[in-house]
Design a protein around this ligand. Structure first.
Ligand code: UDP
Ligand code: MG
Length: 138
């Protein structure tokens, strides 16, 4: 069993499709073991994505992430980190596989509806960024 951090991004909360995304998550055998709806501050978003701070898209991406509420959630399952990345689909929805969350719902590379941790180290950091142990109930 493994845990990963998922974020349903502002483009998706704006379109009221968080339930449809959760349905795809649960249909793929991942379990939502923690979840909350929050509004990120700019400094939280910058800290969360600090590894990307030198990318040209960083400022615009941070603005997008704070443009509306997000759902942060912990997903649990076998191989959860890689498995969630697979059902999310590629960062750019134009090249994402059919049936993935991003192919189905994303509007663009920036408004790409979901985030998922990309390694065990980032999953540990990202889950701890938003949740305390007592908030995660498996
Ligand atoms: N992003 C963007 N433009 C790009 C690449 C990435 O706006 O050219 C945004 C996009 O929302 C992406 C996020 O930055 O989800 C983080 O980028 P990363 O490379 O970590 O992609 P991910 O892990 O989300 O697939
Ligand atoms: Mg990433």
């Amino acid at each position: 069993m493994e845990r990963t951090l998922s974020i349903i991004k502002p483009d998706a909360t704006a379109r009221n499709i968080t339930g449809q995304i959760n349905t795809m998550i649960e249909a793929s055998d991942l379990r939502i073991v923690a979840q909350k709806r929050i509004r990120l501050t700019q400094s939280q978003a910058e800290e969360f994505y600090h590894e990307l701070k030198d990318k040209v898209f960083f400022g615009s991406m941070v603005q997008q992430m704070i443009s509306g509420p997000v759902i942060v959630q912990v997903l649990e399952g076998e191989n959860a980190i890689a498995h969630y990345r697979e059902i999310m689909g590629a960062t750019n929805p134009a090249v994402a596989e059919e049936g993935t969350i991003r192919k189905t719902f994303a509007l663009s590379i920036e408004k790409n509806s979901v985030h998922g941790s990309d390694s065990p180290e980032s999953a540990k950091r990202e889950v701890g960024f938003f949740f305390s142990k007592t908030e995660i109930v498996g």
